[in-house]
Design a protein around this ligand. Structure first.
Ligand SMILES: *Cc1c(COP(=O)(O)O)cnc(C)c1O
Length: 410
């Protein structure tokens, strides 16, 4: 500081002290910035926001966001990552980056509902057509790809109904037909299978092009952060999405990035714990009189179980890997009011959306209003989805038992 500075108010802004470099701690430092300061005009003119070689503006990245992006690339086996304010923003950013008027996007009928709503309303306004396909029938996907198809969404398993598709076959079809594939990888989280190495042989010979991930779920793990990521393994594709991301002005808060950086080291342990507990409770629910079907891809008999086994079955010494989610179909002889009473009677399971946090959650769904394709894989009845948290399995089982007894007593 060469200019003479005397006033206290100036000195506490332009302070002469710089802490020594080289500080190391288990958690990375958190940098907060809208403005990023350049050392001189030449550096400002030479600014480069398209890669991680420097900094230009808070919206385009800080050491904190770069670090989370790189760790997420490692988790999912990708090479480039963009952070966005929610999982849904990841889906929307991919769509806005890749689709133009006259294009078509294919979406599985059992996709995350807001992905379909985005296409039905917003994309339609831009002259983009969407077509729903049956995720359990790769031939249906193949038949619906046209010369106008620019993007195919994949999801494994389906949202709410958790049917596990033949993801390898669908990725192969997209690759053969030259259509960009984007996977909603929130369930797998980079832990149940490798989206950029679907053959599992380290070769990346079969991969999706884009993985969109609601970090809101397992990477956050706290039920207290909303964030999403868009991961790719192709620089031109990444740049295309990054340009749209930049023009839309999508940024994430440093405090939220810090929360995810802090939770990320335990994501594998938490995922495994949620998985073990969910499978135990799913099996137990399957034996209850009111339940006619349990939907959990790791359970034999669940729709697409064989595809889950092929893709996720070798993890955990052959036990496989799955998220801590399952749904049950309640016998149609019980009324909606009784199913509602069951959900309302639960004490530890709370009524609420999202999943991946410490608290177990339950949501009743009206499935017929959510699906256009026929669902022969599902038994008729009322669907209830459970997200298993980190409470004691025995306490959760007791909670389910008391609510079942109250709602469905003969
Ligand atoms: C929760 C979720 C999303 C959206 O994530 P938000 O951060 O809540 O917007 C997208 N896809 C799937 C499969 C999800 O479960």
């Amino acid at each position: 500081m060469n200019a003479p500075v005397h006033d206290l108010s100036t000195r506490i802004v332009h302070h002469e002290y710089t802490p020594p470099a080289g500080f190391l701690a288990p958690q990375p430092g958190v940098f907060k910035a809208s403005t990023v300061i350049f050392p001189n005009v030449a550096a400002m003119r030479a600014r480069e926001w398209k890669d991680k070689s420097s900094y230009t503006y808070g919206l385009h990245g800080t050491p904190t966001t770069y670090q989370l992006e790189e760790r997420l690339c490692t988790l999912e086996g990708g090479q480039q990552c963009l952070l966005v304010p929610s999982g849904l923003a990841a889906i929307a950013t991919v769509a806005l980056a890749l689709l133009r008027a006259g294009d078509e996007v294919l979406i599985p009928d059992n996709a995350y509902g807001p992905n379909k709503a985005l296409a039905e309303v917003e994309l339609k306004h831009y002259g983009i057509r969407h077509v729903l396909y049956d995720a359990m029938d790769p031939a249906d996907l193949a038949a619906k790809i046209t010369p106008a198809t620019r993007l195919v969404w994949l999801e494994a398993p389906g949202s709410v109904t958790l049917e596990f598709p033949n993801l390898r076959e669908m990725a192969r079809i997209c690759r053969e037909r030259g259509v960009t594939s984007a996977l909603d990888n929130t369930w797998g989280a980079g832990l149940a299978f490798a989206p950029f190495d679907l053959e599992g042989d380290g070769s990346s010979s079969l991969a999706v092009d884009i993985s969109a991930h609601a970090l809101t779920k397992y990477p956050s793990g706290g039920g207290d952060v909303l964030m999403g990521s868009i991961i790719t393994r192709d620089e031109p594709l990444h740049l295309k999405i990054k340009l749209t991301h930049m023009r839309l002005g999508l940024g994430v808060g440093a405090n939220d990035v810090e929360a995810v950086l802090r939770a990320l080291p335990s994501v594998g342990l938490r995922y495994r714990a949620h998985d073990i507990a969910a499978r135990e409770l799913a099996r137990w629910m399957g034996a209850q009189e009111a339940v006619v079907q349990v939907l959990h891809p790791a359970l034999a008999g669940s729709p697409g179980h064989e595809h889950w086994k092929a893709l996720c079955g070798s993890a955990n010494q052959g036990d496989g890997a799955a998220a801590g989610l399952f749904s049950v179909v309640i016998d149609p002889r019980y009324t909606q009011a009784q199913v509602d009473r069951f959900c309302d009677s639960l004490r530890l399971f709370k009524l609420g959306y999202s999943w991946g946090g410490p608290m177990s959650l339950v949501v009743p769904y009206d499935l017929p209003s959510m699906r256009k394709c026929a669902t022969p894989q599902l038994r008729p009845g009322t669907l209830v989805r459970f997200s298993i948290g980190l409470e004691s399995v025995e306490d959760l089982r007791r909670d389910l038992a008391q609510a079942l007894a109250l709602a469905f007593a003969a």
